[in-house]
Design a protein around this ligand. Sequence first.
Ligand code: ADP
Length: 609
Amino acid sequence: MKTNQTTPSPQTRMNIWDLLRNIVPFVSPYRWLVAATLALTLVGSLMAQVNAVVLDRAVDAINVLVQQSGGFAWADAVRILTIITAILLGKEVVAAVVTFFQRYYGERMRILVSRDLSLRVVESMLSFRMAFFSAEDNETGRLQSRIDRGIMSLSNTVNNFFIEILPLFTSAVLALVLMFAANVYVGLVALCIVPIYFWVTYVQASRMKGGRRSIFGGHQAVSQGILSIIESISVIKSFNREHIEADRQAALQRTMTDLQLSTRRQSYFFNGLKSFLEQIGTVLIIILTAYLVLIDYPGMSIGKIMYHVMLFANVSAPIRQLHRIYDDMNDALIYAEGFFGIIHADDEVEDSGSFRPASVRGDFQLKDVDFTYPGGTKALHGVSLNIPSGKITALVGLSGAGKSTIVNLLDKFYHPDCGSICLDGVELREWDTQWLRDHVGLVLQKNHIFDGTIEENIRYGRPTATHEEVVEAARQAYIYEQIMQLPRGFETSALQLSGGQQQRIAIARMFIKNPPIIFLDEPTASLDAIATEQIKASIDAIKAGRTVVIISHNIGQIIDADQIYVLQQGRVVQSGTPDEVYHQGGLYKDIFDASARSMNVDKIANTLA
Ligand code: ADP
């Protein structure tokens, strides 16, 4: 099993090129959006420099005006001010339009990419074999959090890139080019300060990384704690353990508070340091430009002081955001690994053969089958058994003996480590997996009832079934009368039904599917006696003429079987008809007798007599 390679823990990191390589296929369908955003970015970056240019020109023009001998003409002043106003307001209008479309397109891209990522991950997961889902790294909660966080973080990265990172950096590069064009020395000073900012940001990010992780973990612990209080409130109250729970929460909160405060402290310190460095940069630029103006350096005028200061502000703007961008990228790299691990787990895709016979008899043969779960539990050791068609075979044994594992193998949810499993004489591996499952009905101890109406839940067995067929299936499963007593009949939400009723919906679902092979895995465990009896009646109705494999702790169901296999710690220890095996003594007799005693059969017989 290659679980560790295909589904790495979310802590492992991709590098930025891996991230890009993985995300480009999700962005490339929206090329026109990317192109439009890039064009807008360029216009936006040009607009960002307008203030600097206007101020430079305005200061120089006004300077010339005031220095005119004999006083300036008001008409000239008004003309200059009108031009400035028109340009600045015009620029604001263009900038507002650009920002609107940039944000809108960026958001649109985020939503579309997020949709495509979700669809893709669902598509991948549906194609995976069961082993993927039973791997330790892929427990429901973990898998869900990898998917949720992956989608959120990756789509935000796409959004941030187009509406924040790209515009800011383009504007910074443009501002730097303008500074160099105005004066090489000023450009060089601005350029030299950039690496210092980068360095400070890097130190800040690496110092705060541990803190951020711990806060993240702390949040999870706090919410997990609250959840567990809610879930076990009756136990907490019945043992009067409220104060213990309250103390536990208080301790968690104290740790969180300390962490948050220390992270904030560090963050304010570094932000202060960065502002200070930025101011040093600005001061250096003012001093240098003022010096160049004073020595009458070619091309230098008083307006250039403002010009350079404003351009420098554009250069340093993205650097001020660098820390946040760095954090976001870091998160994206962490989550991308876990997320794309799922999408690219090609070796988890369920395999399928091509054997699709016109009719399926339902004759299974297992020979020397060993099986180990992905987690390493060896569940079956050299199991050999025959499951003849048209007969009822019961698998008997204590919990954990390997009964459900056999059913999992027969339904091709897993492949054996060694040995062979044949259906109608053909290796299960060679069967078309979907074809096989089309001919198999599986009823479990707890069947999944989907969020939908009763009719939808029954029709899940065969989506093309008519309403009449759904009704007929409900009748066969002995649930029709109860459905009709509900105010909304077949339109009632199936989730509102009791456990026993839901179980019969699952049986109706199997009736409507009408498969030649049926696996029943403890279908009546945890149900009351009446429901058990009704379900027994429905099962009796469905099993006629089919291959039935039943796992049950209910001796009433076991003794109805044509043959039984008794399993103990993954090995077949007894087999034969129920009577034969009982008279052999051994485990089955022990289970049978214990069952009869626990039911108090003698007294029941007396009562009934
Ligand atoms: P039974 O149906 O007889 O109660 P199972 O077939 O469910 O027993 O289990 C056989 C053994 O395999 C047990 O030790 C059980 O812990 C283990 N097992 C069952 N399902 C899984 C799984 N998905 N992953 C790992 N081990 C499992």
